[in-house]
Design a protein around this ligand. Structure first.
Ligand code: GTP
Ligand code: MG
Length: 359
């Protein structure tokens, strides 16, 4: 696959360039982000993954160009590939001989940590005494995990607009209700909170949020257009926190993503913070697609939900290690507002260590 970048002033136009070039909207989006160029302008870069043959055909016509440079390039990449294989071979030899590494690697992999991350760690440790003793190596890895995890601390010192996004049914609406109650009633002082709903295309969606808003006596508004959204944000300018609920999205629903990006990019006085709600029970196979597609929205943090539904946090830790997003809150049950805690490394690591010790 080739990653090809399309640049325009907004994500929709950049995406449309790709659709026009390839004649289909069935494109695999790798990422989309806003980039400040040297001339000071903000532009949107949408990167899509295209099969190499299709890329060559659409970019250079049917005739493949095989020049001297091309031949040289392919020889270099062949050599690189051979070197990789040799390096891998050496590493595998060491692993076979070294039962401490292989034992610890098997243990962490069984708990959900990827071979890729573990291998990166082991490569730098070969030859040191850390790999000679199992307990030393386990402690070392736990410290590395601790160091790699990031937490976004709760900060309400300036007004906030938070939009919760995520796959269907992960707990976005429930978490919004918990956050609303927390900010309005449970902190050092009552913050002025409003709820907005972009979820209008799902039956019952508005009612679910309205129900919580009524109980808590919190302002609640529904919107369906970008213009309406902009207007409502202006109306709510004096609120401390505006919480925005969105419809659950399958990571493969490109059109919904493009539409949500339009909302995220709405010009507003306050930055719209985007938080991904991710279930602690997320499947290993789904993580990469979730990240690839939701990172399209320039994520600020991850809220982990359904902490109470699993005892195995390795897959989730692995997600955090690979994608390096800060965690902001943990949802630990269905009860509104009680089952929500600010994210903490200790909370997550304690549970992971318990799981490692069991296995
Ligand atoms: N056990 C457990 N259940 C939760 C948690 N958070 C939410 N739920 C439950 O998960 C179900 C779905 O929650 P919602 O808040 O409606 O999820 P959503 O992401 O808004 O769903 P859509 O809007 O349909 O995408 C409900 O039954 C919630 O009670 C949690 O932390 N633990
Ligand atoms: Mg919902």
């Amino acid at each position: 696959m080739i990653n090809e970048t399309f640049v325009a002033s907004d994500p929709k136009s950049a995406y449309e360039q790709a659709v026009e070039k390839y004649g289909t909207s069935d494109l695999s989006i790798v990422s989309a982000k806003q980039v400040k160029y040297d001339d000071g302008a903000l532009r949107c870069e949408v990167i899509i993954a295209v099969p190499q043959a299709l890329f060559m055909q659409r970019s250079f016509g049917d005739e493949p160009i095989v020049g001297e440079e091309e031949v040289l390039l392919s020889e270099v990449s062949e050599l690189k590939a051979q070197l990789e294989v040799m390096k891998e071979g050496m590493y595998e030899e060491i692993q076979k001989e070294d039962s401490v590494i292989s034992e610890v690697k098997a243990l962490f992999m069984k708990k959900g940590i990827s071979a890729r991350w573990l291998d990166e760690m082991f490569h730098t440790l070969i030859g040191t005494e850390v790999v000679e003793e199992k307990s030393l190596l386990v402690s070392y890895l736990l410290e590395e995990i601790d160091e790699a995890l990031k937490v976004k601390t709760e900060d309400l010192s300036t007004p906030k607009v938070m939009m919760l996004v995520g796959p269907t049914g992960v707990g976005k609406t429930t978490t919004i209700a918990k956050l609303a109650a927390r900010y309005a009633y449970l902190l050092d002082r009552p913050y002025k909170v409003a709820l907005l709903n972009l979820d209008s295309y799902k039956v019952g969606a508005i009612e679910q949020l309205e129900h919580y808003a009524d109980i808590m006596q919190i302002e609640h508004l529904s919107i369906s257009s970008v213009e309406g959204f902009k207007e409502k944000l202006e109306v709510l300018a004096e609120y401390d926190v505006v919480l925005i609920d969105t419809a659950g999205m399958s990571p493969y629903d490109t059109q919904k993503f493009i539409r949500t990006v339009e909302f995220v990019n709405t010009e507003s006085e306050r930055k719209i913070e985007v938080d991904l709600v991710l279930s602690a029970t997320v499947k290993y196979e789904d993580m990469e697609d979730i990240y690839k597609n939701f990172s399209f929205l320039n994520l600020d943090s991850v809220i982990i939900s359904k902490f109470d539904e699993t005892k195995h946090f390795g897959t989730l830790l692995n997600f955090m290690l690979l994608y390096k997003l800060p965690m902001s809150y943990f949802s630990v049950g269905q009860e509104v507002p009680d089952d929500l805690v600010p994210a903490s490394k200790e909370y997550l690591l304690e549970r992971f260590i318990g799981d490692v010790n069991e296995g």
